[in-house]
Ligand binder design. Structure first.
Ligand code: NZQ
Ligand code: ZN
Length: 401
């Protein structure tokens, strides 16, 4: 086990109708005037936004609505939100929605607290963040895990870069998790969410760090419970018990617990961000279309780790480590398929992805994630290109040389 520091300070308020407590929770973090950030309108249609507004008013908190956060939220939109928050004199930022609204709310909090700094300079660490506004969350979709994470992701549409910022200031002060709010989710969003939850733990699990049994068992349990609850929720979005499990898995999968004390990899996420930046595909799809190709490319770095995954997560009975590893990868891909998720680039439905596109994606991955990124196997431009090519179906299932 490696040395670590663990700090996950988000107060979780879990259960039916708990959004009624939002005003009191904001008051508790000292807020008097909040900017309320939401997405494309699902929270207005469901009546949630009105209920949250009532809760804020009852607690004596004034608020300014700011909608329009879209999947793969943009820097421009967050900058506009920060301007509005400054004009309004906001002292807190509240997200009502999923990862896109939450990440926008986090960015607005940073921008509003640092009016003299350009938001992209903060994002690219040219300006060091030393203060922000408190962020609160009312979650509507189990998926990104942003409700407890220390990260936020924005797309700069001018440069075509989708980039995450990790900082303790991104940890929300509280998150209201009412699983029943997810019952209005379209099936595609449920599937994307389940896949993203799995990926936050998969991207931590494949590590060469040894002697970390508690973290490994947390991770394996989370993967099993997410698949079980995810499959049930996909069939019946009104299965409250299943969505409850899924919702808690969403938060725990990305709050650091399932990779504690180990080197983390996150290559599929980074390769996926390039796909979202270029084709604006939903985050979950950007991950499942690449994961199988990545796994086949890297498993020979330590087949025993993939075999452990196959045995403990899927119950695969196979003595040979390599055979078990491949069976585990196949089982994971089959699960994504069972949710009708794309498991190759052509299935993304963005038209033909040419060799030139693949070269550009690979080049950009180095520019945005560093030359030789990841830890299970360091990925250089030629590796990224090989993985994208394998995910395209040409030369499927390659192995790293
Ligand atoms: O925009 P509205 O109208 O609200 O509709 C949303 C959106 O179309 C809809 N939706 C959400 N809750 C709903 C609902 N529709 C009906 N009923 C509900 N209860 O679902 C669609 C997707 O929403 P979004 O917020 O984009 O989903 P998600 O939570 O998957 O967030 C994705 C974003 O989070 C980033 C992703 O890159 C992507 O930009 N991530 C953030 C992370 C973080 N901050 O820690 C980590 C992740 O790895 C991820 O990168
Ligand atoms: Zn993710």
């Amino acid at each position: 086990m490696r040395d670590f520091e663990y700090y996950a300070p988000t107060r979780i308020v879990f259960g039916r109708d708990k959004e009624a407590l939002t005003g009191a929770l904001l008051k508790r973090v000292g807020a008097k005037r909040a900017i309320v950030v939401y997405g494309g309108g699902s929270v207005s249609r469901s009546g949630l936004l009105e209920r949250v507004g009532r809760s804020l008013s009852d607690a004596g908190i004034e608020y300014q609505l700011f909608g329009g956060a879209r999947p793969n939220p943009t820097l421009k939109h967050a900058e506009e939100g920060a301007r509005i928050a400054i004009e309004f004199g906001a002292d807190a930022s509240l997200a009502v929605g999923g990862g896109s609204a939450i990440d926008t709310a986090k960015a607005i909090a940073h921008g509003a607290a640092n009016p003299d700094a350009a938001l992209w300079d903060i994002w690219t660490a040219k300006t060091t963040l030393s203060k922000s506004l408190p962020v609160g969350v009312v979650l509507t979709i189990p998926a990104a895990g942003s409700e407890m994470s220390d990260s936020a992701v924005l797309t700069n549409t001018d440069s075509g870069v989708k980039k995450g910022l990790s900082t303790e200031f991104n940890r929300p002060r509280f998150a209201v998790l009412n699983p029943a709010l997810a019952s209005t989710l379209p099936k595609r969003q449920i599937a994307c969410g389940v896949s993203d939850i799995l990926m936050h733990t998969l991207d931590r699990y494949f590590t060469h760090t040894k002697g970390n049994p508690l973290t490994d068992e947390f991770a394996e349990a989370l993967l099993r419970v997410t698949m079980d609850a995810g499959a049930k929720t996909y069939i019946n979005p009104n299965d409250y018990d299943a969505i409850s499990d899924l919702t808690w898995c969403s938060s725990v999968s990305h709050n650091g617990l399932t990779g504690l004390g180990a080197a983390t990899d996150f290559v599929p996420h980074k390769l996926g961000h390039e796909l979202s930046a270029r084709y604006d595909v939903p985050h979950g799809e950007s991950l499942t279309c690449i994961w199988g190709a990545w796994a086949m490319y890297v498993y020979m770095e330590e087949p025993e780790r993939f075999a452990k995954f196959a045995r403990n997560v899927f119950g695969i009975q196979e003595d040979d480590a390599r055979a078990a590893a491949v069976a585990g990868i196949d089982a994971m891909v089959a699960f994504f398929r069972s949710l009708d998720m794309p498991v190759s680039l052509p299935e993304l439905g963005v038209g033909e992805i040419s060799d030139t596109d693949i070269s550009l994606l690979a080049e950009n991955s180095q520019r945005n994630s560093g030359e030789g990124f990841g830890s299970f196997k360091r990925i250089y431009q030629k590796d990224a290109a090989a993985i994208y090519a394998a995910a395209s179906g040409c030369g499927a299932r390659p192995r790293a040389k």
